[in-house]
Design a protein around this ligand. Sequence first.
Ligand code: FES
Length: 180
Amino acid sequence: MSEEPSEQTNIPPNPELISRRQFFNRLILALLAVGGVLMGIPFIGFLFEPLIRKFTPVWRPVGAVDKFPIGSTTDVSFVDANPLSWSGVTANSAAWLRRDSETQFTAFSVNCTHLGCPVRWVAGSQLFMCPCHGGVYNKNGEVVAGPPPLPLPRYPVRVNNGQVEIQASPVPITAPFSLP
Ligand code: FES
């Protein structure tokens, strides 16, 4: 019995073929890297935009003075100070507006100083309650219970031509520094 000689497969690699394969591998890696950088630009912009961007406070009307009875606390909405052109409805902000006297108003941010959840005003107990982690503020926005580390921020308010105006500006949220 004679054995057939096995076919020799040790063909030396074609240097041109290897270099073409390497070229395409490198091209694909380069395209992936460029794509990754392009996709990362909006994210990087989102992260660092608040550090770079200058916010100019703006007075926003929230309603006629007569609309707010003395002693009442009402939720009002207004457009952020410097909304981005693509913000849409997220450019809207809100505040709790209390009328203290004929001419005096106090405006509290609706955002809890813990993690930013919107607080609601409970007139019966004269408290602002945060639904997220049980934060409680008294009628002056001071913390009386729960994890919020700071009182509710206040907006400057003025009366101008019969309109109540709130000076819109970015609201500071303490998280993540307040996290355990
Ligand atoms: S966000 Fe208000 S208590 Fe946590």
